[in-house]
Design a protein around this ligand. Structure first.
Ligand SMILES: *Cc1c(COP(=O)(O)O)cnc(C)c1O
Length: 414
């Protein structure tokens, strides 16, 4: 038997064989979620899961949602609705019918400087341009700083620009940091901003009794992105977009006679296509449903809790070793750090470039030797290494081994 390599990287991992079985069923039955007559049972099941999720996130009964291909699509939908709601409410303008209003070049979307690049991508796709996205500085723990946010809003007003939306990230891709949701919700409310929460990575904490409190305030968001192919361990692709007030789906509603005629709506026949930017769409909800049936919420919580505990232990090991520098106290299960080469020769003219080179070389060598695949990121002008500890089977011994290899390689390179 071939021994299984230990994966400490961004592994979308293993214990969910039933989800793989569901994947086969999804392909084999080939149901599309676009109309009731093609997929009545699938429609009901997806809707039930959406209702359950809305409840988990503390949303009211008027909430609704839809499954998506992942965080990219969910973030796009959040900003699409934010844009169209602003146009409708404050400019009496239908973006769906009339396209962009004359004020559109002045629209602004605020988010932290470490938010996901798909926020910029969505702004570009929405005709606002990347220029519409205004990054706000973060604190030492990579969380958006509310004081900076207030100042940025003040500047935008002085420049006669129009803030329309605020994006909070729950689980930034690099650091797993969680923006201060209650403070951001208050600011969003004061300034009439649509609050979208990108919880693609951290949304799964909602399943954990030990870590759910880190999401306090998320229920104030107008919309939420959740990814199931990350910390919910589902096969790609599987995500959702949740909306606090379902009335906002009307902003993008379309009717096609062949698919979802208006007479259907009058007759109370549900269809999911009016809530989606996709038409033909896979029954990805089945994977999540089958996994939940098998593992239960508790099973998920145990996996999530295990990986967070491991991240805390890993951070402790790193912080205790003076050859390493820890970049962040982990909020979820991402640990960013770097190897610090020994005190440098006074003749060395660029110590940052040198330590960047050593860290890059460590990573490449571990990969070439087939020992470990580490992620890499950058903070300012410095290169860092990164563990994203999604796999609940990874042990502290595995991590300890990798840290030893890193240290040995670092010393050899010096
Ligand atoms: C992964 C991720 C996304 C993008 O999601 P996809 O599922 O890859 O489309 C967006 N935001 C955050 C914070 C993410 O971690």
């Amino acid at each position: 038997m071939v021994s299984q390599p230990t994966c400490i990287a961004h592994l979308h991992c293993p214990p969910l064989i039933p989800a793989l079985a569901a994947e086969v069923l999804i392909s084999a039955t080939n149901q599309s979620m676009d109309s009731w007559d093609q997929s009545p049972a699938a429609t009901v099941l997806e809707q039930q899961l959406v209702n359950w999720l809305c409840q988990k996130f503390g949303y009211p009964a008027i909430a609704d949602g839809v499954f998506t291909s992942g965080g990219t699509q969910s973030n796009f939908m959040g900003l699409l609705l934010a844009r169209d709601r602003f146009c409708q409410t404050y400019l009496n303008w239908s973006a769906q019918k009339q396209g962009l209003p004359p004020e559109a070049p002045r629209f602004r979307i605020l988010c932290s400087e470490v938010s996901h690049f798909t926020i910029r991508q969505a702004a570009a796709l929405l005709g606002l341009g990347e220029q519409a996205v205004v990054p706000v500085k973060t604190d030492a723990a990579f969380r958006l700083c509310p004081t900076q946010l207030a100042q940025t809003l003040e500047h935008l007003k002085q420049e006669n620009l129009i803030p329309i939306a605020l994006v909070a990230t729950v689980g930034t891709t690099d650091f797993g940091s969680i923006d201060p949701l209650p403070e951001m919700a208050t600011i969003a409310q004061t300034h009439n901003l649509w609050l979208h929460v990108d919880a693609a990575y951290g949304g799964a904490l909602v399943l954990s009794d030990r870590h759910r409190s880190k999401l306090a305030g998320i229920e104030a968001a107008d919309s939420i992105t959740v990814d199931f192919h990350k910390l919910f361990y589902q096969p790609i692709s599987c995500g959702a977009f949740l909306l606090k007030d379902r009335v906002h789906f009307d902003l993008i509603k379309l009717h096609a006679d062949y698919l979802n005629p208006e007479s259907n709506q009058a007759a109370g026949i549900p269809d999911l296509v009016t809530k989606s930017v996709q038409t033909t769409r896979r029954f990805d909800a089945l994977k999540l449903w089958i996994s939940l049936q098998n593992l239960g919420q508790q099973g998920f919580a145990t996996m999530i809790d295990t990986t967070i505990d491991l991240a805390i232990e890993t951070a402790r090991l790193i912080a205790a070793n003076r050859r390493f520098e820890l970049a962040n106290p982990p909020m979820i299960n991402a640990v960013v750090f770097r190897y610090c080469p020994t005190p440098l020769l006074p003749t060395m003219n660029d110590p940052i470039a040198w330590s960047n080179q050593v860290n890059r070389q460590i990573r490449t060598t571990l990969m070439q030797r087939g020992q470990a695949v580490l992620a890499q990121t950058q903070i300012g002008d410095r290169v860092y290494l990164k563990f994203t500890l999604l796999n609940p089977r990874t042990t502290l011994d595995d991590i300890s081994n990798v840290l030893n290899w890193i240290q040995q390689l670092g010393q050899a390179l010096e």
